[in-house]
Design a protein around this ligand. Structure first.
Ligand code: NAG
Ligand code: NAG
Ligand code: NAG
Ligand code: NAG
Ligand code: NAG
Length: 649
């Protein structure tokens, strides 16, 4: 048998390798017609599998290169990619990153490279692949990715990114929801550009078709025709000929057990969804870390003041507050006395340092008098000086520690809220080092959640995202739009009500390979998820022990037990790999965690930071034997043996 000599290798990794510029084109410049696009998402037990199918035709009478691009949700893993060219399917396969790179490098070295490589630019993972298509012929791309939906503000939110880059005659989005608990509601809010929180403009109402099949099942369809796509493009601020470029969003929630949540188990896998609602919020210690550097001048400082005031307005009297701000130097306000206390910098980042010898002011109770004073202080803030970010964050961590160490203090859940434009230039410049140092200090500090709010066009959103993710929080960017204060409120709503702290899940059955079981904090409206395996099919998983170590004392909550709607194996694999990768980032010795994550990612075919996707497709219609290809070192023995690369033309 003969196959093509010219192998085109496409290695797709989840790292940024190439940045693709957006190409704006008019009708006469579109060589490729996307004549159909289907996006199908199946949700079961909050776990989603999405298939994107793009059908492309080369309109020209010469061979042309076409590009298929999909913007993936942040935490999704690609699990399958297939190209159908000339009626034949070419399936990509997941390889260890180095091995994939080697295959790719060898192809490049022997002058056979033609594959285009890229994933990821800024906020989202961007998957891109380019291939040559013969004149007047077609190619169909199939991309599958998987993710677990996170519950925020009392709902799950599925985001479907749509970016075909042109008007598509036949565009279909279908979302199937299949849960084991009754659905409380299913909604499709306004389409989003992806940058801003929806302002619910009527013009962007997707007018989707929501069918409630029965109490636990629903199907949502969105099929905008060419004219709809033009209108949406227009209202989203894009060129009409570029077609719809935005996010279709489906929101839903399920009815649930108000206390211990529910455990679903089947075939040796279990998942525990925990989202109690009937609890009083814990008292909290809010630490605001404010960037008052010169670069915050102008609109940013105004937005920052608004943000802080709206956070202050939401505090309860049981809460306490500390305000830290930094320009070139770092200060803490003694709110009661309305004075500034400058903080000496600590250079060796060591918790054992006698930092508490400084006369740091105690946090203030969030009563009305304090809040009035705090607002006055905020109004007096001027944008000035450099950006001593590490100093500000460190000071906050020390203040938390002093508060916690003090035996007589009322115990409160600390929450750090960090507001900045994200460009450090005093103390430590490297955002990576700042992330590392803060994460390390915070690990010694029982992991206080750090939430970041960024302002301004210059903000390094990636940095803040990473900083917060590594410290049990999340980040938000505040856009200059009219809805800035709405954006801030939306952010604060998610963190304003801690209900439990130090939640530990304990199972009395013989469980193993269980994901993270301890969570420093549980916020109202969110959900904690634990998944694992169990040996004995008869065993009952029936004890959960979320413990609140503050005022109320330990609490034990009992979950209900049920059956999932589909197998839980991939959900388990997904969450396990995700958490292994997170742990790996923090670990000093990454070897064992890498191996564990790699084994699972390969087994379940997840494209991650440590695996890549390799596609091999014929480039030219010249034929050689596969044996030759193997001997020339272009294929690994495994590839050869698996027969995946035997493409006969
Ligand atoms: C569209 O593209 C063609 C060919 O490149 C060009 O001649 C024409 O000016 C373009 N039209 C617009 C409106 O940009
Ligand atoms: C979604 O589920 C339907 C049946 O419930 C199945 O036919 C289809 O293949 C599934 N699609 C994906 C992308 O998993
Ligand atoms: C709802 O419909 C789905 C799919 O048709 C089915 O699997 C499920 O058992 C039904 N649930 C109820 C409560 O009727
Ligand atoms: C604080 O102010 C709020 C709203 O202005 C008011 O409802 C509340 O009674 C005040 N509390 C005290 C203790 O003055
Ligand atoms: C959290 O709870 C565990 C026991 O479940 C306990 O060992 C640990 O010290 C607690 N951590 C904190 C910060 O209270």
């Amino acid at each position: 048998m003969r196959v093509s000599t010219n192998w085109c290798l496409v290695v797709i990794t989840s790292l940024a390798i190439a940045r693709l510029e957006k190409v704006t084109k008019n009708d006469s410049e579109i060589f490729f017609k996307i004549y159909g696009m289907d996006i199908i998402s199946n949700i079961s037990n909050r776990f989603v599998k999405t298939l994107v199918v793009s059908k492309v035709k080369n309109k020209e009478n010469v061979a042309k290169e076409t590009t298929f691009t999909v913007v993936l949700p942040d935490k999704a893993f690609i699990s399958e990619f297939v190209m159908e060219i000339g009626g034949k399917s070419y399936k990509a396969y997941v390889k260890e990153k180095e091995e994939a790179k080697q295959i790719y490098d060898e192809a490049v070295a022997s002058g056979r490279s033609a594959g285009h490589v890229a994933v990821s630019t800024r906020n989202s993972n961007k998957f891109t692949v380019s291939v040559n298509i013969e004149p007047e012929s077609k190619v169909i791309f199939f991309l599958t990715y998987e993710e677990l939906l996170e519950r925020k503000n009392d709902q799950y939110e599925l985001i479907v990114n749509i970016h075909p880059g042109q008007i598509v005659k036949d565009l279909n989005v279908k979302v199937q929801i299949n849960e084991n608990r009754p659905l409380k509601f299913v909604k499709t809010p306004s389409l989003r550009s992806g940058n801003e929180i929806s302002n619910n403009e009527d013009k962007l109402n997707p007018s989707s078709d929501i069918q409630i099949i029965n109490s636990t099942t629903a199907v949502v369809k969105f099929n905008p025709d060419s004219e709809d796509q033009r209108q949406f493009a227009h209202h989203l601020g894009n060129k009409e000929s570029d077609g719809l470029s935005g996010q279709f969003v489906v929101q839903y929630d399920v009815e649930r057990d108000p206390y211990g949540g529910e455990v679903l188990l089947q075939d040796g896998y279990f998942v525990h969804f925990f989202a109690p609602s009937d609890l009083e919020p814990l008292p909290k210690h809010v630490l605001l870390v404010l960037d008052s550097s010169g670069s915050m001048g102008g609109r940013e400082i105004v937005q920052l003041k608004d943000a802080v005031k709206s956070i202050l307005n939401e505090l309860r009297e049981q809460d306490i507050i500390s305000i830290i701000y930094f320009g070139s130097s770092v200060s803490v306000w003694d709110i009661a006395q309305e004075i500034r206390i400058p903080i000496r910098e600590v250079h060796n980042f060591n918790y054992e340092e006698p930092f508490d010898q400084l006369n740091l002011p105690a946090p203030s109770t969030a009563d009305n008098r304090t809040l009035i004073k705090a607002k006055r202080l905020i109004d007096s803030l001027r944008a000035d000086g450099g950006t001593n970010m590490i100093g500000g964050l460190e000071a906050a961590l020390y203040l938390v520690k002093i508060g916690q160490d003090h035996p007589n203090d009322k115990k409160c859940q600390p929450i750090i809220i960090f507001l900045t434009d994200g460009l450090p230039n005093i103390g430590i410049y490297s955002t990576e080092s700042i992330t590392d140092i803060v994460t390390r200090l915070n690990a010694a500090n029982n992991k206080i959640p750090i939430f970041s709010l960024s302002f301004g066009e210059m903000a390094d959103k990636q940095f803040l995202k990473k900083l917060s993710l590594k410290n049990q929080g999340f980040s938000r960017h505040i856009y200059k739009a009219a809805d800035a204060s709405l954006q801030i409120q939306e952010f604060y709503k998610q963190v304003s009500s801690p209900l439990l702290s130090n939640v530990t899940f304990k199972y009395n059955a013989e469980v193993k390979d269980v994901t993270k079981r301890t969570f420093p904090i549980y916020f109202k409206g969110s959900e904690l998820v634990v998944t694992g395996r169990y040996d004995n099919l008869d065993s009952n998983i029936n004890i959960v022990e979320p413990i609140s170590c503050f005022d109320i004392g330990p609490k034990v909550l009992q979950p209900t037990v049920g059956k999932p709607v589909t197998s839980l194996e991939r959900l388990w694999a997904y969450l396990t790999v995700r958490q292994l990768l997170d742990e790996r980032e923090l670990a000093d010795n990454k070897k064992e965690l890498t191996k564990k994550a790699l084994d699972l990612a390969l087994k379940y075919s997840f494209v991650t930071d440590i695996t890549s996707l390799v596609v091999v497709k014929p480039n030219e219609i010249t034929r050689i034997s596969t044996e030759d290809a193997y001997n020339e070192g272009r294929l690994s023995r495994a590839d050869f043996d698996s027969g995946k690369l035997l493409i006969s033309l």
